[in-house]
Design a protein around this ligand. Structure first.
Ligand SMILES: [Zn+2]
Ligand SMILES: [Zn+2]
Length: 507
């Protein structure tokens, strides 16, 4: 950069992170720096990130301390406060529940037994990834052992990668407390499992986790041997692809000897794209068939009655809106996924409504700092949400379960606590997952929750029933959380601090 006097630039190398360094770094003309200075700028930015992470964790630890004090007020809720705080952190930082648990665990450990690690993070000597490795490493050991391990691994931590550091921590724990190491290994093995994830590119990951290490090694060696033999046999696929294909073929029931072309009998070889598990494919069409046969019966009866009254029109419309969607197109025998279903479940309308309600609430509460403490803020948001709900109420009947009783009165909601099958499917399809903002638990594995409880007059109706997993079902009952079902499928969570989270289907 012409005219730039490098000597006049602030020297940021090795400086402790904080507001002064942040300001100077932000002002540095990167284009005018030499390469040595650029590396120093990277390092300074990394130290600032660590410092900011440390601030975030300190705020979490402070909230945790206050919640612990408040827990006494709630008696039975005391044991649930930790979990409720994780949900609060999860919603506030848009972290998964698991990530929030990890954050909270780190926050308390860095201000407890791992004080020096916390200091190293605040000073930017290590990053949050390394701090987490040390925290994870000493889980379940006594504070004395934790401090001993910390003293052993922390001095070298700044120049090790997280993986190298994890190795050091493992060795240190094994030496310092072999029993704890063994207990943790066994506990982890108890949680062994297989997980399946969707990837954004349309592929999926299938992973077996927390296996006994020796068994996993043996299985991997066997897989490698098969893949290498196929390669030696002239297989043209890359070795990684062979291994992946062999895993799939073995798990889908193919015998190892049938993997080799010479041994394969063409009529027995599965064609690519064969549906996965037989149970899955059997269950899905049955479900579709039964629901499809239900619907015409209901709608034709209604058509026969030819009731011209507007209420009957509403009934028909509401019933039609509850037409269950067949699970066609979903890969698993599980709840249909958001965005992949046909039929009208109110998703699209709910998605549009979510945006409109969010805009409205943001206008009311986005910029203004309302006076008063968390309790007043909670009340203000709840009042506004209930006003919006009331205003929208006449428009939502299209999605409501309406019936006419023998006296000719219009009755709102199904006449029982349990939603009928059609309504259940409609709600599960509409919601897709648990309706807590950061929860991905599939709707089929959730409870159907009456937002306003049935015994308090809440109707069994798509406008008052939504999917909640067990944990968030419990959170809903927390005295300082409020849940309002503003529109069928659009729910507002108000946290103990008065922060609000609107949940609805994605557009
Ligand atoms: Zn309703
Ligand atoms: Zn949930």
């Amino acid at each position: 950069m012409p005219g730039l006097d490098v000597e006049e630039l602030p020297d940021i190398s090795g400086r402790l992170p904080g507001p002064a360094l942040a300001g100077e770094l932000a002002d540095l003309p990167l284009g005018g720096l030499d390469e040595h200075a650029l590396i120093e700028a990277m390092r300074a930015a990394r130290r600032l990130t660590s410092w900011a992470e440390s601030l975030e964790l300190s705020a979490i630890a402070e909230l945790d301390r206050r919640r612990s004090v408040q827990a006494d007020r709630y008696g039975a809720w005391t044991v649930e406060m930790g979990r409720a705080l994780c949900d609060e952190v999860s919603a506030a930082l848009t972290l998964s529940g698991t990530a929030a648990v990890i954050r909270l665990g780190m926050a308390t450990m860095l201000e407890g037994p791992l004080l020096e690690t916390g200091r190293a993070l605040a000073q930017g000597r290590i990053d949050a990834g390394k701090a987490r490795v040390i925290c994870d490493g000493v889980l379940g050991v006594s504070h004395d052992i934790a401090r001993k391990v910390e003293a052993l691994v922390l001095p070298d931590a700044p120049r090790l990668t997280t993986r190298q550091l994890a190795g050091r921590v493992r060795t240190a724990i094994k030496d310092a407390d072999p029993d704890a190491y063994e207990r943790r290994r066994k506990a982890a093995e108890k949680g062994r499992r297989v997980e399946l994830y969707d990837n954004p590119d349309g592929t999926a990951d299938l992973a077996a986790r927390d296996l006994p290490a020796e068994d996993a090694d043996a299985a991997y060696n066997y897989l490698n041997a098969l893949a290498n033999a196929l390669k030696a046999d002239g297989d043209q696929r890359p070795i990684d692809a062979i291994r992946a294909d062999v895993v799939l073929e073995l798990l889908r029931g193919k015998r190892p000897q049938d993997l080799f072309p010479a041994a394969a009998e063409p009529e027995q070889a599965p064609t690519p794209g064969t549906p996965a598990a037989p149970e899955d494919t059997a269950a899905a069409p049955q479900d579709t068939a039964s629901s499809a046969s239900d619907i015409p019966a209901v709608t034709s009866r209604e058509a026969d009655s030819e009731a011209a009254a507007e209420t009957a029109g509403l009934v028909a419309e509401a019933r039609a809106s509850q037409r269950p969607t067949g699970p066609g197109g979903t890969r698993r025998n599980d709840s249909p996924r958001p965005g992949r279903t046909g039929g009208d479940t109110g998703r699209e309308e709910a998605a549009a409504m979510t945006q409109a309600i969010r805009d409205e609430l943001s206008d009311l509460f986005g910029q203004t700092r309302h006076r008063g403490g968390p309790a007043e803020k909670r009340l203000l948001v709840a009042e506004a949400a209930r006003r919006i709900k009331d205003a929208l109420s006449p428009l939502k009947v299209r999605w409501c379960a309406l019936a006419v009783d023998p006296e000719g009165n219009l009755v709102h909601g199904h006449d029982a606590y349990r939603p009928p099958a059609g309504m259940r499917r409609l709600i599960q399809t509409r919601d897709g997952t648990c309706t807590f903002p950061t929860c991905n638990r599939r709707a089929a594995k959730c409870d159907l929750d009456h937002t306003i409880p049935y015994h308090k007059g809440g109707p069994t109706c798509p406008c008052n029933v939504a999917t909640l997993c067990r944990g968030h079902h419990l959170l809903k009952q927390h005295p300082d959380w409020t849940l309002i079902h503003i529109w069928p499928g659009v729910l507002l969570w108000i946290s103990p601090t008065g922060h609000w989270y609107l949940v609805g289907p994605a557009p």
